[in-house]
Design a protein around this ligand. Structure first.
Ligand SMILES: Cc1cc2nc3c(=O)[nH]c(=O)nc-3n(C[C@H](O)[C@H](O)[C@H](O)COP(=O)(O)OP(=O)(O)OC[C@H]3O[C@@H](n4cnc5c(N)ncnc54)[C@H](O)[C@@H]3O)c2cc1C
Length: 404
């Protein structure tokens, strides 16, 4: 009898898992269930081209592919419970559906700011297409925006808004921006970049309350400073959606705990994407990541596991961001290094910062330097010994590998 796999969550991880299942030869039924009212779409443009009105929403696969891959789907449907005793899920309508294999691709939701005034009109978060549409519409009417949180999403939004002639102030509680992903030098680079475009960034600043009668009027900080705003955008991080996993008594920490094969503590249930905590080969510890490349790669691993193949999740995490005319690409994760080498990219006016431990490349941060980024991805994975003197010349990075 044909087996049935249910995938919960219809976004990057979910759709990669579904299509990969077919590629690995899964013959049974595939049912995707998602609580958004749209087929899987590209999320990264929401804070970039979509907000700039340069692009519209882009589906990851056209609807016709669902027929081609024989993937059934249900939109606008939440899964409320997993019942492991009879291998079924319960939908928000009360309907029960049985599964043979289950995949949790439930991603994350925005962390909410819970202070006085945080439910006033004019406050925005950005996670999905509905948030982006609301924000895009609202921006037509605003002149002054305060962004709370100087992470990638907050800064990408800042770059878009300032170019639309909106006054932008970014408030960050930490002593520097992007501190989770970048070193001090790169934090300062982005502070400077935004300052040159007119964005005011304040660090070391705690928000006390948001003031306004019905609608946002200003943001008040602990040090007494006040920033007038007719809109406040909050980007203070993502919380993994683990509640469904808890209904099945799966092991959960800061994410659904999976092994390197994307398997949860229940053999019939895999998980992939932003919702998982997984053992990273590169970092030699467990991590939860919020990046598209990880979601897609881990989903492929999960699909392999479900279809009886054992392919460990060991892909190198990488990430990108776009702010003004700068394309930042990061390969690897900042961890142990003892030397940084900077290379200029004369063709594109960019540069790369390469982080070495001994003569092995651990991480690369590239700005408008796609060539070094591509080469770095390969070198970080293969870990060859590198000629550090040659790296400091204009030589192609791939040619800097020391001969054995
Ligand atoms: C504005 C923005 C810009 C970004 N830019 C970049 C970028 O430049 N580069 C990069 O690498 N990454 C970027 N990211 C991050 C990237 O989009 C995420 O890493 C990726 O979307 C993770 O995919 P996922 O499938 O794991 O989770 P999600 O995309 O969070 O999808 C999970 C889905 O599951 C649904 N769901 C959850 N629970 C249930 C349930 N019980 N029942 C039914 N459905 C459920 C959710 O509604 C959602 O649709 C960005 C994210 C945002 C929001």
């Amino acid at each position: 009898m044909s087996q049935k796999c249910i995938i919960i969550g219809m976004s990057h991880a979910g759709i990669h898992l579904a299509t990969s299942l077919r590629q690995y030869g899964w013959q049974g039924e595939i049912l995707m269930i998602g609580n958004e009212d749209i087929l899987p779409y590209h999320r990264p443009p929401l804070s970039k081209g979509f907000l700039k009105k340069q692009s519209n929403i882009a589906l990851i696969h056209p609807e016709s592919d669902f027929e081609k891959y024989q993937i059934q789907f249900r939109l606008s449907t939440s899964v409320d419970f997993i019942q492991i005793h009879n291998k079924s899920i319960v939908l928000d309508s009360g309907e029960e559906i049985n599964y043979d294999k289950l995949a949790l691709c439930t991603g994350g939701r925005v962390r909410k700011l819970n202070i006085r005034g945080s439910t006033l009109k004019g406050i925005h978060y950005l996670r999905d297409i509905r948030d982006a549409q609301k924000l895009r519409e609202h921006l037509k009417y605003v002149k002054k925006v305060v962004i709370i949180g100087a992470g990638f999403i907050g800064l990408e939004i800042a770059a878009v808004l300032i170019e639309q002639g909106i006054k932008v102030t970014v408030l960050e509680v930490n002593s520097r921006i992007l501190s989770r992903n970048l070193d001090v030098v790169m934090s300062n680079y982005f502070i400077q970049l935004h300052a040159e475009h007119g964005v005011e960034i304040k660090t070391n600043i705690d928000i006390r309350e948001i003031q306004g009668k019905h609608h946002v009027e200003s943001v008040i900080c602990d040090d007494g400073s006040k920033f007038d705003a007719d809109s406040v955008i909050i980007g203070i991080g993502v919380i993994p959606n683990v509640e469904l996993a808890l209904t099945a008594d799966l092991e959960v920490e800061n994410g659904i705990v999976v092994d390197k094969f994307a398997c949860t503590s229940n053999v019939d249930i895999v998980a992939a994407g932003d919702c998982t905590l997984f053992p990273s080969d590169h970092l030699q510890r467990s991590v939860r990541m919020e990046c598209l490349a990880n979601a897609a790669d881990q989903a492929k691993t999960a699909a392999a596991t479900l279809s009886g193949n054992s392919i460990p999740h060991s892909a190198l995490p990488w990430f990108w961001s776009e702010q003004y005319d700068k394309r930042l690409q990061i390969a690897g994760v900042i961890d142990h290094y003892d030397q940084v080498i900077i290379r200029q990219d004369f063709t594109n006016g960019g540069f790369s910062r390469l982080y070495f431990e001994g003569n092995v490349l651990k991480m690369a941060v590239c700005v408008n330097s796609a060539k070094d980024f591509i080469a770095s991805k390969q070198l970080i994975v293969q870990k060859p010994a590198i000629d550090l003197k040659l790296v400091q010349t204009e030589a192609n990075l791939k040619q800097c590998v020391l001969k054995k």
